[in-house]
Design a protein around this ligand. Structure first.
Ligand SMILES: *[C@@H]1O[C@H](CO)[C@@H](O)[C@H](O)[C@H]1NC(C)=O
Ligand SMILES: *[C@@H]1O[C@H](CO)[C@@H](O)[C@H](O)[C@H]1NC(C)=O
Length: 159
């Protein structure tokens, strides 16, 4: 009986510790995700540092952007685009843990005003993979999926 109790205390404490650890990891994943969406407002080097050294952003228009140097260039060219850019997280992260990595699916909205004065908007998902260590969540890869029409969005009041 005593042994059983001891075993339970050990297992229960251990599972509590694991759960606690996961809470901390998920908080870090949530935070890195939030900061990722400030691409247009933050310093590009700091933004690229959210990724692992060989981290990647697979983007439907830019293609495979791999490594911090390319990520900085991608960020700078995004920020150079004229007009207001709104890129934001649209809802909570959906997180799964597999193989010691955290996988996140999160919706976003992006909107900008093009040179021709037309509003372009799209929404979709970022599928993200994180490596979490020491309470820090680094992005291994992000793949962006979006639904969009082939033409920039144009509101036709007669349609
Ligand atoms: C969130 O992430 C940023 C960028 O890595 C970091 O500077 C900041 O300390 C983090 N905040 C928390 C509360 O973990
Ligand atoms: C995205 O496009 C697909 C195919 O047209 C459609 O089935 C789906 O409902 C769309 N999703 C959203 C969120 O608009």
């Amino acid at each position: 009986m005593k042994t059983l109790l001891f075993a339970c205390v050990l297992v229960c404490t251990l599972s509590f510790a694991v759960a606690h650890h996961e809470d901390r990891d998920i908080a870090a994943v949530k935070n890195t995700t939030k900061v990722f969406f400030t691409l247009f407002e933050m310093d590009c080097k700091a933004w690229s540092n959210l990724f692992e050294v060989d981290g990647a952003f697979y983007h439907p228009l830019a293609g495979a952007v791999v490594g911090r140097k390319s990520l900085v260039d991608f960020c700078l060219s995004a920020q150079k685009a004229k007009g207001p850019n709104l890129f934001r997280q649209d809802g909570h992260i959906r997180v799964t843990k597999a193989d010691g990595q955290y996988h996140v699916l999160v919706e976003y909205v992006y909107s900008t005003v093009k040179d021709n004065g037309k509003v372009f908007t799209n929404s979709g998902y970022e599928s993200m993979i994180f490596k979490v260590a020491g309470g820090k969540a680094a992005i291994k890869a992000v793949t962006e999926f979006f639904n969009r029409s082939q033409e920039p969005y144009e509101w036709d009041p007669n349609a």
